[in-house]
Design a protein around this ligand. Sequence first.
Ligand SMILES: CC(=O)SCCNC(=O)CCNC(=O)[C@H](O)C(C)(C)COP(=O)(O)OP(=O)(O)OC[C@H]1O[C@@H](n2cnc3c(N)ncnc32)[C@H](O)[C@@H]1OP(=O)(O)O
Ligand SMILES: Nc1ncnc2c1ncn2[C@@H]1O[C@H](COP(=O)(O)OP(=O)(O)OP(=O)(O)O)[C@@H](O)[C@H]1O
Length: 670
Amino acid sequence: MTNLSAFTAALARTGQRRVLVLEGDDAWTETQLARLSAALPGDWLTVSERPQGEQHFLPAAVRTLLGREFTHAVFDARDGFAADALAALAGTLRAGSWLVLLTPPWQRWAAQPDNDSRRWSDRPEPIPTPHFVRHFIACCLEDDAVLHWRQGEPFQLPTPPDGPAWCMASGEPEREQQQVLDALLSLPRGTAVVTAPRGRGKSALAGMLVRRWPGAVLVTAPAKAATMVLAQHAGEGFQFIAPDALVAALQQNTLAGYDWLIIDEAAAIPGPLLRRLLAGFPRVLLVTTVQGYEGTGRGFMLKFCASVPGLRTFSLEQPVRWARYDALERFIAALLLFDDDDFRLRPAGECRIAPLTQRAWRDNPGHIAALYRLLSGAHYRTSPLDLRRMMDAPGQRFAQALAGERPAGERPAGALWLVEEGGLSTALSAAVWAGFRRPRGNLVAQSLAAHGGSPDAATLRGLRISRIAVHPARQREGIGAQLIAWAQANAHPDCDYLSVSFGYTPELWRFWQRCGFTLVRFGSHREASSGCYTAMALLPLSAAGHALAGHEHQRLRRDATWLQPWIDEELPVIPSHQATLNDEDWRELAGFAFAHRPPEACIGSLNRLLLAADLALPALRRWFSGQQQGEEGRKAQVKQLRQEVGLALASLDPERGKALQSNIAALQFF
Ligand SMILES: CC(=O)SCCNC(=O)CCNC(=O)[C@H](O)C(C)(C)COP(=O)(O)OP(=O)(O)OC[C@H]1O[C@@H](n2cnc3c(N)ncnc32)[C@H](O)[C@@H]1OP(=O)(O)O
Ligand SMILES: Nc1ncnc2c1ncn2[C@@H]1O[C@H](COP(=O)(O)OP(=O)(O)OP(=O)(O)O)[C@@H](O)[C@H]1O
C-alpha cells in the first residue's frame, strides 16, 4: 500500500483522478476497502444501498451533493448500478482522488438482478442487465487508466502518472472565466447563460460576477447548500433567496434596486417559473451543467434557451477542479456516452429507415450508441436512466433514419424509440379505470383507462412512442414523419394503436397531428419538471383502436368546456357543449363515488351532474370554485366529494345507483 500512497501523490501533483474497480465477493471487498481507506487519508464518501459509516449516501440522495467536493469515494454497484448517481458523484471529486467501484464477480454479474432497474424498467421485480454489464466491462478493459483488482489475483499498480505539475486555480479568474466575466460586466440588459460540463468553474464565475459588479446582485438556486462555491467566490455581496420566496417577492413588488439575478443550477427550475424570473430583473444570468446526472442540462439548453429572445450564450471548456484529460471524467463519459462529438456534425444525404433491437448492443454497439447520442443531443428528456432502459428493459424497439452513403458513411439523422404496452386482462383494466389498481409501466395504456372513459382501454395493445428526435440540422425535412409512417407500417398485426404522451406545445402537437394522431387526453395541470401540460394522442391501427381513439376524442370534446377553465392554454379541440348526463357519465360518477377515480379524471361528468341534478351539492361547488387546501385538506375534501356524489346518485335513481355500486365494488378484488 505504500506504492498506492506514492501513486496517489502523483495523481494529486498532476491533477488527475482515477477509477479503481474491486471485483470480488463481499468479505474480500470489505477487507480491501478497509486497507485502502487506512492507506489513503482524506474524506471518504460512500454511495451504497447498504448503510455503512458516517459519510454514507443512498444513490437517490447523491443529487444533494451537487456543489460540494470530496477527496475519495466508494461507489457500490454490487446490488444495483445507479448510473445517474455515479455521474453526479464523479463530478464532486477533487484532483488527486480515487473513485473505488465495487462490483460482484463479473462472471455472475450479468445474470444477477439489478435493484436499480426498478426505477427504469417498469417491472415490479429487479431484472438482470446483461447489456449494461457487458458495456461496463468493455469500458473498463478498453481504458488503460482504469485499475482493476480482481479477487484471487495480485494487485499491480502501473507506473504513476507523470507530466507537468497541475496548479490549482489561484482565486483570480482563469482565462476563459475572465473572457465571460468581461462580457457579463458590460452587458447593458438582457439574459445570459453559462453552460459547461462539471467542474469548469461556472459557479465560481457567477460568484466573481457578484464580487466585481458595483451594484446589488441577487442569487437563487433550487437548494442553498449547492451555492457554497458561488458564495465563497462572491464574498460579502452574496445575497441568497429561495425560488418560491423570490416569486412571492416579485408578485408583491418588494424587490427593487437589483441589477442582476443569478440563477445557479437553473436547469433544475421549471421553465414557466424561470420565465417569470427573467421578466423581473434588468439582467439575468443562468448557470447550468450540460451533461451528467439527469440529462436536464442539455434539455434546458434545447427547450428553454431556444425560447428566450436575444439570449447571450457562453460556455467553459477547461476543467478547474481537475486537470485536462482526466481519467475519471473520460471513463464516465465513455460509460454513459456523454461524448457528443458525432452529434456536432450534420448527418448529410438521403435517409433510409432501419430497425434496431437491443441485440445491437452486442453485435453493433457503435451503431446503437450513435442512436442514443442523437437522442440525448436532440431530446430534452434523455438521461443515463434512459441508456439503461434502452439497453436492458423488456419490450423496447428502435428505428433510425440513416443518412449518407451505405454502409460505412451512414449516420443517424433521426431516432425512434417504441415501447410495447397494454394487453392487460379485462378485470385488471377495469380495476385501473376505477382507480383501485395502478401496476407499474404501461404509461399510455393505463392512463387511457384511469383518466378516460373506457374501462377496457388497457386491454388493447399499443406501441408507445417513448422518444422521437431528429438531428437539429435536419428538422422540418419530413424525417420525423417518415419514422412514424415506418412504425405504422411495421407494427405487429395485433397492435391496436401507436400512442404518444408529450409535453404539450402547439408546434409539437402540429407534428403529431400531421402524422395522423388523434388527441385523446389533455392533463389538468402543468408538470413541474417540464412546465407543460401532458397530452396524449393515438394513431389507430385496428378496428378496436379506431373505436377507442374516436370514443376518447369525443369524450375530450364533450368535456372541453369544463376542462378549459383549469388550463391557461387554448385546448386544441372543438368543444361539443353537451350538458346532459349519459350512461357513461353515470358509470364514471359511480367510479368516482364508490371507487378511487380521481376528481380530475371526472371533471366533465361532475360538472354535468351539477347542471343536471336539482341538488345543492355544496362540496362539489366548493371544489370547482377552487377552494382547495394542502395535501391533507385535499384528501378530506375528496372524501367528502365522493360521499356527496354517492348520495346524489342514490337520490336521482336509487336502483341504478345500487346496481353500479355493487358492480364497481367487485372490481377491487382484481
Ligand atoms: C414522445 C416524444 O418524444 S415527444 C418529443 C418529440 N421530440 C422532440 O421534441 C425533440 C426535438 N424535436 C425533433 O426532434 C423534431 O422536431 C420532431 C421529431 C418533433 C419532428 O421531426 P421533423 O423531422 O422535424 O418533422 P417533419 O419534418 O417530419 O414534420 C412533419 C410536419 O409536422 C409539422 N411540424 C414539425 N415540426 C414543427 C414545428 N416545429 N412547428 C410547426 N409544425 C411542425 C409540420 O406540419 C411538418 O410538415 P411541414 O414541414 O411540411 O410543414
Ligand atoms: N478562478 C478560480 N480560482 C480558484 N478556484 C477556482 C476558480 N474557478 C473555480 N475554482 C474552484 O474550482 C472548483 C470547481 O469550480 P465550480 O464549482 O465553480 O465549477 P462548476 O463548473 O460550477 O462545477 P459543478 O458543475 O460541479 O458545480 C471549486 O472548488 C471552485 O472554488
